[in-house]
Design a protein around this ligand. Structure first.
Ligand code: NAD
Length: 389
């Protein structure tokens, strides 16, 4: 065994603990820039409540009204300029509240404020731009997830999109792991069923892909098993009854574990293809992962049958099955889950056309794909995507 393990230094998890935001944030600074990727949080009064909680702890706050979509290069560059104009510096910190989109925008902005060798985040992204490294510590950051999916609250990267030229790439550095994670599962009760389903399948995909990744490690694998055992029964419950405390708690915890796992072990084919589906076909990240997951499990069956069987037996210890039966049952179980929460089975159901396949294959190569347990050559990936049309 030989590994490094990274995780947020402080995780505060619990129903209703959003009320503790002010006290927790006081250790980070005296002025907070609030970045949220969700208009619904503003409309429902959560942002105003956050500002009051901060004010009670004598923390000034500025609400930066930004995106309601997955963050693009221009969102990061504009938000960074705005914070610089507001004099962001020592004593200031950021709060990223929202789904992965808002948290990623906050993570990228906190890094870009202090790293000024280039005006644009493109130059710091993996595989595009000038390949600059972050040399200065980002401004402190508190992450408050309001979807249960990406686990971005616990990871060291922020995913940033561009449509022209088309790419979806990460800004990545160990210092980008948020300083404080405040995870209050109650905040996700307002997430509509369709988004609950898609974001939840992102977490499940991350747990499965980290477990079988070619960079898999023992601590993340233990977390993945725990996360899957919670998430597989909880996701339909959270989709079908958004106020279910049991469903929301289990999913929030599973998503957090999935973030810790992916930050250490990497991912696989679903997460390789998902950015390409986002950029070329405007498919949301969670939906893309969910749709690709059964095909990913099948594509890796020959090299990970034992791991599939381990997972299935951990989930259902009462079933006496051979290794082969258990491994196959895992794939069936995931397909049944997708069907139950109404994830489409076919890429054509979500508007992908055959003409887009070459571009999808080309844009699927990146950090996530490099974690897939076996290499998937272009011709094979083309066949897999064509078979899903
Ligand atoms: P999202 O943040 O885009 O949110 C989806 C929708 O849910 C939005 O319309 C948002 O307004 C709404 N929403 C959020 N919280 C809500 C609430 N409490 N009530 C009602 N509506 C709410 O979706 P996401 O799946 O959480 O994040 C996707 C992004 O995260 C993608 O860009 C993806 O690439 C990225 N990602 C990042 C990492 C990472 O480690 N940094 C990992 C996986 C994915």
């Amino acid at each position: 065994m030989n590994y490094n393990f990274f995780a947020p230094q402080q995780i505060n998890f619990g129903w209703g603990r959003f009320q503790e935001t002010g006290d927790l944030a006081a250790s980070l600074g005296t002025r907070a820039f609030i970045i949220s990727g969700s208009r619904s949080l503003e409309a429902s009064g959560v942002i105003e409540e956050l500002r009051q909680l901060l004010s009670r702890a004598s923390i000034k706050s500025e609400f930066i009204r930004t995106i309601s979509n997955e963050p693009e290069v221009m969102d990061v560059d504009q938000t960074t300029r705005l914070l610089r104009d507001l004099g962001a510096g020592a004593g200031d910190f950021l709060i990223g509240i929202g789904g992965g989109s808002g948290i990623d925008l906050a993570k990228a902005t906190s890094a870009m404020i202090t790293n000024q060798e280039s005006e644009t985040v493109v130059d710091y992204l993996e595989g595009v731009g000038r390949g600059l490294k972050l040399t200065e510590a980002p401004l402190p950051l508190m992450a408050i997830p309001t979807t249960a999916g990406t686990g971005s609250e616990a990871t060291k990267n922020a995913v940033i999109s561009s449509y022209a030229p088309p790419f979806k790439k990460s800004l990545r550095a160990e210092q980008m792991i948020p300083d404080i994670v405040l995870c209050d599962p109650q905040l996700a009760c307002s997430v509509p069923p369709e988004i609950t389903a898609r974001t939840g399948m992102d977490a499940i995909t991350q747990l499965l892909e980290s477990y079988i990744s070619c960079r898999a490690q023992p601590i993340p694998q233990a977390l993945c098993l725990q996360g899957l055992k919670l998430a597989i029964p909880a996701l339909p419950e959270a989709v079908e009854n958004g106020n279910s405390r049991r469903g929301r708690e289990a999913m929030a915890h599973a998503a957090l574990l999935s973030g810790i796992a992916l930050a250490n072990s990497g991912l696989g084919m679903s997460h390789g293809v998902a950015p390409a589906l986002g950029i070329h076909c405007k498919i949301s990240h969670g939906l893309a992962c969910a749709l690709m997951l059964p095909a990913t499990l099948k594509a890796n069956y020959s090299v990970r049958q034992q791991e599939y069987a381990e997972i299935y037996r951990f989930l259902y210890p009462e079933q006496a099955l051979s290794a082969e039966q258990a491994a196959e049952s895992l794939i069936d179980e995931i397909q049944k889950l997708n069907d139950r929460i109404q994830i489409p089975r076919r890429l054509s159901d979500v508007g992908v056309s055959p003409l887009q396949i070459p571009a999808l294959v080309q844009s699927s190569r990146g950090n996530s794909m490099s974690g897939n347990p076996r290499e998937i050559p272009d011709e094979e990936l083309t066949q897999i995507l064509e078979s899903l049309l």
